[in-house]
Design a protein around this ligand. Structure first.
Ligand code: LUZ
Ligand code: MOS
Length: 766
């Protein structure tokens, strides 16, 4: 295994990020003025105290926007600058510029709002739903007939499930650097996963055609979905400042402003009903998901269907009815976050299984194992399950963890220990790969072979630490037959590859490496035509391998470099554009049936935890993961993705507390009040790659970015399993994240206390 050259530069601190770029002379720095509470109106803005601070200070408001004051994509309901009213705390009201960042921030703090009226906010999605304050229409997917299935069930369990949001905590906060140019347009260096989306919205806000806006992204210091839709506003503010002043403008948020003003994972509140036969087979499942969408639509309409698609998890359920509703509240617009609604849906199914299994007197893992998907089962959205790897990965995980012995050891521990209890949980994974919006499954590439034989590859992919550049380089090198060291993956720009989709949905390399491969294949074909002519050999026997031309197994004595020089001499084009549109996917929205995913990723995690019964505190002991990686393009990169995603998922499930108070103020708005997973929190990890080629994706690989995050869900249930060993008769609670406070409350409650949902968060949670 070779090391990823980018990762060495990362570790050495040599890779450059937005804030490392040298700034041009005359650059102004920006700071936003944020709304002070969750809902309110104002009659005006008084900038005089800010302007008095320094002659370089400028203050811009909604009325200064030359184009449209609109950031929306699916629904036009999000203003760039609030105009007379605001809908969440942290909404941007004014843009302040000054000659230094510190000065801009001081000036922003001196901008005064006039005639402010605070209004009563709504923070709870069920309250919003009851008032009819929903976005678009609810969506329902069904298969079979749940209504007539209940009577055949030995057990029917119902319950309520809460799952809280999650802060992205990308290492690099949101930002952009906009440089005005002589065409009247701007060049924007943007910290975005979606340069084309930024280009389009900047153009809209400035009232320009898209060809006068160039967006470039070299790399991101993490994004995790937080920069899929929500980088646009910051790029717009910087661009607005640049166009209005004629000077370069840089905006780079501090951590508190970023946490206050940007979207996070959607909190959900859900109801389920599940029915099982006496042998543990799931016969029917129903759920209603109340998605807390926040104050604007953002990506919620793409996220909601991913919840519905993942409602039944890795299980075959013959009768399903699931309904999701986007509820508009006065919290920050919630947005894409690794998993994209999938984790929220999967958690509800696992809660339902947990409750029903206990009612049947079974361990949840027995019900999980009895209901795994198998070949040919049809998902409730009408797609047949193909190349199913559920049982294979679960069986390997059971073996890796010595599951049956492990459970016996845990039972033994629990019999002999009073002050600590142990628990274990399994989580079988099935996650669909493709953007839920069919149109988004496309991408382009532009490949140049320079006349010295070196190669430059541009695609729409954004490198954000996930190694997509490395994968594209490996695929391009192999398609051209050159060593990886001669391939450079370029910065992503809207002028080299246009109309790109966000690097998201785990599809970054599936789509962009495929497009790069198409371009490389086109150039290789031209070179081989020339080589056949030149050498007089049979065209079909010619290949370029590691920089040399071979005819059959024989070296021809011609190198890739010689061929390239010859082609250049002969006036043959050494550049090519490639394009890839994921084939075979379609979806009928009216019927809610189709084939939304190119394929699914499988896997299984087994996690153990130990709870301190006196303190309610817990620790995770071991995690055993078998992950369906298919044919890995780079096993080291993939291992990093699996471990990192699992840590992020375990953080969501059992550590991170995104806390808002009842007035809609984010309480966890710093890294001292928002706790992240660290090496002490994480269990010992044993990760095995399940390697079996996936013929429907590039180089037989499978997407890896998001699926392993879901393994964190097992952490919630491992702690719950241990808690139940302390109070076997008690009702479980389904209120993610698990926290020591909730564990303590469960342990302290007497058996007559509130049951399901009894631990529905602190009052600080919406
Ligand atoms: N982004 C998106 C995503 O726009 N559509 C998706 O389906 C998706 N899925 C996962 C993560 N981001
Ligand atoms: Mo996404 S959650 O930006 O893959």
């Amino acid at each position: 295994m070779k090391r990823n050259p980018d990762s060495i530069l990362n570790v050495l601190g040599r890779t450059g990020y937005l804030d490392d770029m040298p700034v041009a002379a005359g650059t102004l720095h920006a700071a936003p003025v944020l709304s002070p509470c969750a809902k309110g109106t104002f009659t005006g803005v008084d900038p005089s105290r800010a302007l008095a601070l320094d002659p370089s200070v400028r203050v811009f408001l909604a009325a200064d926007i030359p184009g449209e004051n609109q950031l929306g994509s699916a629904v036009m309901d999000e203003e760039l600058l609030a105009d007379g009213e605001w809908h969440f705390r942290g909404q941007v009201i004014a843009l302040v510029l000054a000659s230094s960042r510190a000065l801009a921030r001081r000036a922003a703090a001196r901008v005064r709002l006039l005639g402010v009226v605070e209004l009563e906010p709504v923070t709870d999605p069920r309250v919003a739903f009851a008032r009819g304050d929903i976005i678009l229409s609810p969506r329902t997917q069904r298969m079979g007939d749940t209504a007539s299935a209940w009577k055949d069930c030995a057990v029917v369990a119902e319950g309520r499930v809460e799952s809280a949001g999650q802060e992205h905590v990308y290492l690099e906060t949101q930002g952009a650097y906009a440089l005005p140019d002589d065409s009247g347009g701007v060049r924007v260096i943007s910290g975005t996963q979606a340069p084309t989306a930024v280009q389009k919205i900047v153009a809209r806000v400035l009232g320009l055609p898209m060809n006068l806006v160039e967006v470039e992204t070299r790399r991101l210091g993490g994004a995790f979905g937080g920069k899929e839709d929500q980088a646009s506003g910051w790029a717009c503010l910087a661009s607005l400042g640049a166009v209005l002043t004629g000077r370069p403008v840089k905006l780079y948020l501090n951590r508190r402003d970023d946490m206050t003003a940007t979207g996070k994972r959607h909190p959900y509140s859900s109801d389920f009903k599940i029915g099982l036969a006496a042998d543990g087979r799931i016969l029917a499942f129903e759920a209603d998901y109340y998605q807390n969408a926040g104050a604007a639509t953002d990506l919620s309409p793409a996220i909601l269907p991913r919840t519905l698609f993942h409602a039944a998890g890795a299980y075959h359920v013959p009768n399903v009815r699931v309904t999701g509703t986007m509820c508009r509240t006065n919290l920050v617009p919630f947005t894409a976050f690794r998993g994209f609604g999938g984790p929220q849906g999967l958690f509800v199914m696992e809660c339902a299984i947990e409750k029903a299994a206990r009612a049947l007197g079974m361990h949840p893992s027995e019900v999980q194992r009895r209901n795994l998907l198998s070949e040919g089962d049809v998902f409730h959205y009408g797609m047949p399950a193909e190349d199913v790897r559920a049982t294979d990965t679960v069986d390997r995980c059971l073996a890796l963890s010595r599951w049956d012995e492990l459970r016996a050891e845990i039972a033994d521990h629990n019999r002999t220990h009073r002050s600590t209890k142990r628990g274990a949980a399994l989580f079988p994974l099935c996650f669909g790969i493709s953007f839920t919006k069919i149109m988004m499954n496309q991408g382009g590439a532009l490949v140049h072979v320079y006349n010295d034989g070196s190669v430059g590859v541009s695609t729409g992919a954004i490198e954000m630490g996930q190694g997509v550049g490395r994968k594209i380089a490996l695929v391009a090198a192999s398609a051209l037959g050159v060593p990886e060291a001669s391939v450079r993956v370029e910065s992503t720009r809207t002028t080299t590859v246009a109309n790109t989709m966000p690097t998201a949905a785990s599809t970054g390399s599936d789509i962009n490496a495929m497009a790069a491969k198409a371009a490389c294949d086109a150039i290789t074909a031209r070179l081989l035509d020339l080589a056949a002519e030149r050498t007089g050999s049979d065209r079909d026997g010619l290949r370029i391998v590691e920089g040399t031309l071979r005819s059959g197994d024989a070296d021809t004595g011609l190198s890739f470099r010689d061929l390239v020089a010859l082609a250049h001499e002969r006036r043959i084009d050494l550049s090519a554009h490639g394009f890839y549109a994921t084939p075979g996917i379609h979806y009928d929205l009216a019927a809610e049936k189709g084939r939304p995913f190119r394929y699914h990723v499988y896997g299984c995690a087994a996690i153990t935890a130990t709870v301190d019964i006196l303190r309610g505190s817990y620790r995770f002991d071991d995690a055993y993961i078998v992950h369906d990686i298919a044919g890995s393009i780079d096993p080291l990169v993939d291992m990093g993705q699996i471990e990192g995603a699992f840590a992020q998922g375990l953080g969501w499930a059992a550590l991170e507390e995104l806390a808002f108070d009842a007035s809609g103020r984010l309480l966890s708005d710093t890294l001292s009040t928002y706790k992240l997973p660290d090496a002490h929190f994480m269990p010992r990890m044993r990760v095995e790659l399940f390697e079996k080629p996936n013929p429907v994706a590039v180089a037989n690989s499978k997407a890896v970015g998001e699926p392993p995050l879901m393994y964190g869900i097992a952490g919630y249930f491992a702690v719950l399993d241990a808690l139940r060993a302390a109070r076997p008769g008690a009702e479980s609670f389904h209120d993610l994240p698990m926290t020591p406070e909730k564990a303590m409350r469960f342990l302290a409650e007497d058996a007559a206390g509130p049951g399901d949902g009894g631990g529905q968060g602190t009052e600080a949670r919406p």
